[in-house]
Design a protein around this ligand. Sequence first.
Ligand SMILES: [Zn+2]
Length: 143
Amino acid sequence: MTDSKTSLKPLQPTLYELADDGHSLNFFFAQCSACGGLSFPANAPGCMHCGEPLSKAPRITRPGGGELLEFVTLHVPLLPGMAAPSIAGDIRIAPGIVEEGVMAVADESALKHGMAVRAVAEVKPEEGVYACRFVPANEGAAR
Ligand SMILES: [Zn+2]
């Protein structure tokens, strides 16, 4: 690919990668050989569901996203590189797995509890990286 984004690196390469569309993110999970459950991050030492060691578990790549459970506007940065104010959400990214993410929306009025959200890249060209942000899943392919 000649897309300039391919020269960018994920801010957290163990968690996600840029999908083929150059905008969405895929998340990495480990699939437990004992119970079949997914764990995140994929380098977790043990299965989140049954505790089985995951050292030999296959890595599964799935489109990043899930169900928005809770959200709150933060007026101080919670994570490195995060703007303030910003909106943090608890997102169920797979059965039994809830992660905190940053919502890339102007304000809370764009969000609803239980809505589907997807992970997209927020490019930080000056740092040569892209970070993970979440947008409503029905927000089309807007770039
Ligand atoms: Zn398991």
